[in-house]
Design a protein around this ligand. Structure first.
Ligand SMILES: CSC[C@H]1O[C@@H](n2cnc3c(O)ncnc32)[C@H](O)[C@@H]1O
Ligand SMILES: [Zn+2]
Length: 432
């Protein structure tokens, strides 16, 4: 067997227990071969040193727009509607394919460096996003975001066709590391007739759906006014809530909508930093978990976060979850860590999220030697409340080492950062 041994660390298991163990990976299969104390000695192959560290599943960023790294810090301190209309959409109107490639690569480098092995991405120029994912060795579920408002019927239909086309074309790309979805931007930015027809097509072809929903209060009232019902019952009527589908935000959901999500098995991707920065509101995460809704974690784009560090995000989820519930016991450490690993992987329907024999070999080693992690009474507490993305020592996806000793192996980090700087500067000029 072509083995990779992650040796000498403590391993986070799916039940959030932590044990001294080595992890042996079958590199050809991209799967965990075995987990156990001292087993690395039985195998030949590449070894990654996990001494003094915790081996855990790679984080899954279940909702992002990776190329928006180019717009990091471009427009701040505004609510969602004016931020999008006054700043972001005008800038995005000037996007070229090369911008998306450069911004996605920058996002990917940032994610690999902070321990993310998979992500779900809604953006434009999906072939460029897919090429960046393929080169980087990460795993991703990709889609072209559709907006039909302010478009004539022909342009709207073309946008939908593009989203369905890339969903068909790129599913299974990069040796199966890329899967796809049909991604209508939101329930208010895609018209009902367009949704009705395109969702039916996606359903017939078995293509899952990902969309923004119930993000701000401003987004709820127009749906209630126009359709006489809450957004998620409207989405349900359109056939948009199945076990394969996942929606981003779910901030302004009432008890009936939470029940509906649980009944349909639709996952919610919680984006606490973006919801805080845009003052969108506090998602009822503990209520959703109590109702049996699967919750994943996403950063959203770097322009509303402003980074793609999922460790930051899961800490925000745990902290803000307590504030929202007015209960310090809400969204405890283990729940936040599980949401960012197994919860996110299950939500987006990608392998990973658990270190277990036979599971995908998507894992990271987190260094526990840093002063801000001493003492370590409880590893799971640290993973939720104290670890930073910069504590990640190694990142492995599908059995391939993407970062070793903080050196990204698959992309040229210096070139990626420089190109992204250049493309961001030229994008801003083109948008003026
Ligand atoms: C049509 S591709 C995706 C589209 O979404 C925009 N976007 C970024 N962040 C958010 C958010 O928090 N809510 C809604 N839409 C968002 C992004 O700029 C792209 O235009
Ligand atoms: Zn988003």
């Amino acid at each position: 067997m072509n083995a990779l041994c992650i040796a000498g660390g403590r391993v986070l298991r799916p039940d959030c227990s932590v044990e001294d163990a080595d992890v042996v990976v079958d590199r050809d299969a991209g799967r965990v071969q075995d987990v156990g104390e001292g087993i690395a000695a039985e195998y030949d192959g590449q070894t990654l040193d996990a001494e003094g560290g915790v081996v855990m599943p790679g984080l899954v960023n279940a909702h992002t727009h990776a190329a928006m790294t180019l717009l990091r810090g471009y427009a701040d301190d505004k609510p969602l509607g004016s931020w999008l209309r006054e700043d972001i959409w005008p800038a995005e109107a000037a996007l070229e394919a090369e911008d998306v490639r450069a911004g996605t690569e920058l996002g990917i480098v940032e994610m690999i460096r902070s321990g993310t092995t998979a992500f779900a991405d809604m953006y434009f120029e999906v072939p460029e996003v897919a090429a960046a994912v393929e080169e980087s060795g990460m795993r991703a579920r990709l889609g072209h975001g559709v907006v039909t408002v302010a478009k004539d019927d022909e342009d709207a239909a073309a946008d939908i066709e593009e989203s369905l086309r890339v969903a068909r074309e790129f599913d299974g790309a990069a040796g199966g590391r890329i899967e796809t979805a049909f991604m209508p931007h939101s329930l208010t930015t895609v018209g009902e007739e367009f949704l009705r027809e395109s969702v039916a097509t996606a359903r017939e072809e078995g293509i899952p759906l990902h969309f923004h929903a119930n993000e701000t209060a401003d987004e709820v009232s127009p749906i209630v006014d126009e359709h006489g019902t809450r957004p998620l019952s409207y989405a349900d009527d359109l056939g948009m809530l199945t076990e394969e589908d996942f929606l981003a935000h779910g901030v302004h959901v009432d008890a009936k909508e939470i029940e509906l999500l649980a009944a349909r098995g639709t996952s919610v991707i919680h984006c606490p930093a973006s919801n805080t920065k845009l003052a969108s509101g506090i998602a009822p995460v503990q209520e959703m978990l109590d109702a049996g809704v699967n919750v994943g974690i996403g950063t959203d784009g770097a322009a509303s976060n402003n980074d793609l560090d999922v460790f930051d995000e899961l800490r925000d989820a745990a902290m803000i979850g307590k504030l929202g519930a007015d209960d310090a016991a809400a969204v405890p450490a283990a729940a936040a860590v599980t949401a960012a690993t197994a919860g996110s992987a299950d939500a987006v329907g990608l392998p990973g999220g658990r270190i277990e024999k036979g599971e995908a070999a998507d894992l990271i080693v987190v260094d526990f030697d840093a002063p801000h992690l001493a003492p370590a009474h409880d590893a799971v507490s640290h993973l939720a409340y104290a670890v930073r993305g910069s504590d990640v020592r190694h990142t492995v996806c599908d059995g391939q080492v993407l970062m070793e000793d903080r050196e990204v192996q698959t992309l040229d980090e210096e070139r990626v950062v420089e190109t992204a700087r250049e493309r961001a500067a030229s994008l801003v000029k083109r948008a003026e």
